[in-house]
Design a binder for this molecule. Structure first.
Ligand SMILES: NC(=O)C1=CN([C@@H]2O[C@H](COP(=O)(O)OP(=O)(O)OC[C@H]3O[C@@H](n4cnc5c(N)ncnc54)[C@H](OP(=O)(O)O)[C@@H]3O)[C@@H](O)[C@H]2O)C=CC1
Ligand SMILES: CC(=O)[C@@H](O)[C@H](O)COP(=O)(O)O
Ligand SMILES: [Mn+2]
Length: 391
């Protein structure tokens, strides 16, 4: 069997670690050409020893030096690079045919674009890439004949539910959401919730940023925009359904009234394995669904008054241009400020909306304008977070 050669951005994160677990389970199918992490060189060193990549990148030169020192005892240590250029080299390493894009936040955009430019297929976890630059990313992927295979569980479910049907028969996408840890809390209670409580997702174990996004429902907002670009469907044909059990990962409704869904245990190894092996399926290890034990599945409409982040994402997507990049950057700043104890939970949507209202989009959409809007929004939202913290 031909081994598929992978490069993984964000290898030390939740998705990166699950991806390497899939690789570990199927050594005849996958090998690792290159890895990129941020700052966690302790875990990265272990991964290098086990998976033997040829090229590795970290965030800065100091970390690269430390990592090189710690690898002196290896017989064939990888080349270590760093920073934006290092990430680009990892993303474009000639040996790899597929990039797993699993950094968190807007940091994933440029290396993912570089990989597409170099003709790599993309297993996409980093939803922010499509939120901020979906039009540019999908156009480049089409031009380069590159597949964007969704890793995000909902988008993997939609992708699977679309197989074998004509796109002209699609009526709506039904995007499921757990509702997060505060689904049953009142608006006043939300003002007092702590980062610790917000980090307790009811069903999924994930990185800190996406876990807070799930609690504010911004994760679902980002996923609406991600689905809009991945499947070329207007956002008003994408309806969020709160489904607290996280068993149906999303659904597609067709013009004849049929609804096709993908179900499974909440385990990211399933959509990761599907993206890596598509169009094959591989017997990834993990508990399988037992519907008798579950008994029932429930659904509720989302409350966009109580969780304004979802409304803001629909607004940003409808207005388009650089506004989704502003939404995303302000959200990243707000989430970090909340985790640092600088602002409260209910300040998150306030900070994002205030930043969005100040933004003036102009001209046609280019990568340069997106990067400038991202920079502007981080500065603006950072100032606002500071003023809120002084209250
Ligand atoms: N976790 C999940 O189940 C799911 C995640 N996703 C998406 O996948 C992406 C990754 O999420 P998740 O794995 O949870 O996140 P984590 O926070 O667990 O991991 C993030 C990874 O990115 C690296 N990283 C962080 N900041 C930077 C930076 N500025 N430059 C370079 N590398 C950086 C981290 O490195 P280090 O730790 O070494 O500093 C780490 O390897 C997100 O976009 C998320 O929305 C989508 C669906 C499900
Ligand atoms: C696993 C995954 O894909 C996450 O995006 C997950 O869906 C988050 O759960 P919420 O539905 O609570 O946002
Ligand atoms: Mn998801």
């Amino acid at each position: 069997m031909n081994q598929k050669n992978l490069t993984i951005l964000g290898c030390t994160g939740s998705i990166g670690v699950s991806t390497l677990e899939v690789v570990r389970q199927f050594p005849d199918r996958f090998e690792v050409a290159a890895l990129a992490a941020g700052r966690n060189i302790t875990l990265l060193r272990e991964q290098i020893e086990e998976f033997c990549p040829r090229l590795v990148s970290v965030m800065d030169e100091e970390l690269a030096d430390k990592l090189s020192q710690s690898l002196r005892d290896l017989n064939t240590p990888p080349q270590i690079v760093f920073g934006p250029e290092g990430y680009k080299r990892v993303a474009t390493i000639p040996e790899a045919e597929m990039l797993v894009s699993a950094m968190v936040g807007a940091a994933g955009l440029l290396p993912t674009l570089a990989a597409i430019e170099a003709g790599k297929h993309i297993a996409l976890a980093n939803k922010e890439t499509l939120v901020i630059a979906g039009e540019i990313v999908m156009a480049l992927a089409a031009e380069k004949n590159v597949r964007i295979l969704p890793v995000d569980s909902e988008h993997s479910a939609i992708f699977q539910s679309l197989q074998g049907n004509h796109r002209s028969a699609l009526k709506r996408i039904l995007l499921t959401a757990s509702g997060g840890p505060f689904f049953n809390k009142g608006a006043e209670e939300l003002e007092k919730v702590t980062p610790e409580a917000a980090l307790c997702h009811p069903n999924w174990s994930m990185g800190r940023k996406i876990t807070i996004d799930s609690a504010t429902l911004m994760n679902k907002g980002l996923e609406v925009i991600e689905a809009r670009w991945l499947f070329d469907v207007p956002v008003d044909q994408i309806a969020v359904h709160i489904h607290p059990e996280s068993i149906i990962h999303s659904m597609v409704e067709y013009i004849d009234g049929s609804v096709i869904a993908q179900l499974g245990m909440p385990d990211m190894k399933i959509p990761i394995a599907y993206a890596l092996s598509y169009p094959d399926r591989i017997p990834v290890q993990g508990p399988h669904l037992d519907l008798f034990r579950l008994g029932k599945l429930t659904f509720y409409p989302p409350d966009m008054e109580k969780f304004p982040c979802l409304r803001l994402a629909y607004d940003a997507s409808k207005k388009g241009s650089t506004l989704p990049a502003v939404l995303n950057a302000a959200n990243e700043v707000a989430v970090h400020s909340f985790l640092d104890g600088q602002i409260g939970f209910s300040d998150i949507p306030y900070l994002i909306e205030t930043t969005m209202n100040k933004h003036k989009a102009s001209g046609s959409l280019t990568l340069e304008r997106i990067i400038e809007a991202d920079r502007w929004a981080r500065e603006e939202a950072g100032r606002l977070a500071q003023s809120l913290s002084k209250r």
